[in-house]
Design a protein around this ligand. Structure first.
Ligand code: ATP
Ligand code: MG
Length: 357
């Protein structure tokens, strides 16, 4: 039996509540498909930071590197500034493990109220590919003429050919793999003088290597409007770190709720473990009550299966989620109109998997 080593980081708040249902679903699918999982659970979190002064131990990255994949809940705590949780754990993992692809599905699930009129499940179904390591999110720049009337800041964005080409190539390869040969690019070459003309140039160069793939380029402002007006138009959308970040929350917003959406931080070459997490954060406002929706975390586990080379198992987990959501009598959490607990909702999804055998 093939066994995968999974580093489990539940993190803070509802991360600790949505992780057990995801592991339960993984164990169920493992039994059905003959796959084993060996979990190492680490309690690294903002709460660890408050107790010890750091988010994770000094050998944390070394320990993570021994695994095939990382399943993350959420980190964040009201009294801990975001930059501590980000720069103390998440960004080192993304950068040191060269997880240069952030991949997010945008898919309208059954039983979820879509804020757009007249859309049914299946109408909205596309993928956002975000560059995850360079671009606008750089520490280069600084303040000048501090304290004078001439005071200002410079914030530098860095787009390398290597970094730009590899994310765009991933988008084209994904479109090919999905058999949906259509890639849309997010740009703003009419406003950003250097970076986006370069991005456009690399996008067109890459497109030339995929003659069967339809391409289009949209300025980020109109692209945001098109996400809302005609989301069915898209198949694969590729964007820089900043544009991809914004689009990849807009996508789940357009499909009704961030609570059910997953996010994958991928090192496609598999030199390092990739990390899978829900889009939502630690949600301190509802933590500790066993009412958080576990679907984002379970769907993240489904994406992890796909990445590990178990696409059939991943597909079955997503199908089980959809089966439960499509049944109005099945348990669901309060955020999507039900009365069930996190545990009951997770159990229903695990049970739906058994019924699929
Ligand atoms: P963090 O600082 O960790 O990002 P946050 O305060 O930004 O946390 P989010 O987790 O991003 O909180 O959630 C934003 C809102 O969505 C909150 O009101 C939260 O209760 C709700 N929410 C998020 N995830 C879920 C979920 N899985 N189930 C139910 N509600 C959720
Ligand atoms: Mg947040």
């Amino acid at each position: 039996m093939k066994t995968y080593k999974i580093a489990v980081l539940p993190g803070d708040g509802i991360g600790k509540e949505v992780m057990p249902p995801a592991l339960k679903v993984l164990d169920s699918i493992g039994k059905i498909c003959g796959i084993g999982f060996q979990y190492s659970e680490y309690d690294w979190s903002c709460e660890t930071y408050l107790a010890t002064g750091s988010m994770m131990p000094a050998d944390g990255m070394d320990r993570l590197s021994q695994h095939d994949a990382i399943l993350l809940g959420a980190v964040g705590y009201p009294t801990v500034p975001d930059h501590i949780s980000l720069w103390g754990m998440l960004i080192p993992i993304r950068r040191d493990f060269d997880q240069y692809v952030n991949l997010r599905p945008v898919r309208l699930l059954p039983g979820i109220r879509c804020p757009l009129a007249d859309r049914k499940p299946g109408d909205i179904d596309f993928w956002i590919v975000r560059e995850n390591t360079e671009g606008e999110y750089s520490r280069i720049g600084g303040r000048f003429a501090e304290g004078t009337d001439a005071e200002g800041v410079v914030q530098t964005a860095v787009f390398t050919r290597h970094g730009t080409d590899r994310i765009i190539r991933y988008a084209f390869e994904l479109a090919k793999k999905l058999d949906r040969p259509h890639v849309s690019s997010a740009t703003k070459s009419n406003g950003l003088f250097h970076s986006m003309p370069f991005w456009d140039e690399r996008f067109e160069k890459m497109a030339a290597q995929y003659p069967g793939t339809r391409i289009d380029s949209h300025h980020i402002d109109i692209l945001a409007a098109r996400f809302v007006l005609s989301p069915e138009y898209f198949d694969v959308v590729v964007g820089s770190n900043l544009f991809g970040d914004i689009l990849s929350d807009l996508g789940p917003g357009v499909t009704g709720t961030i609570a059910v959406a997953p996010s994958a931080n991928i090192n496609p070459e598999r030199r390092y473990p990739s990390m899978f997490e829900p889009v939502h954060g630690s949600a301190p406002d509802i933590a500790g009550r066993n009412i958080a929706n576990p679907v984002g975390q379970i769907w993240a586990a489904s994406m992890m299966l796909d990445h590990l080379g178990e696409p059939e198992a991943g597909r079955m987990v997503l199908k089980a989620i959809e089966t439960v959501l499509a049944n109005p009598a099945a348990p669901r959490t309060p955020d999507i109109g039900g009365k069930a607990s996190t545990t009951q909702f997770g159990d229903a999804i695990a049970a739906a998997l058994h019924d699929m055998r």
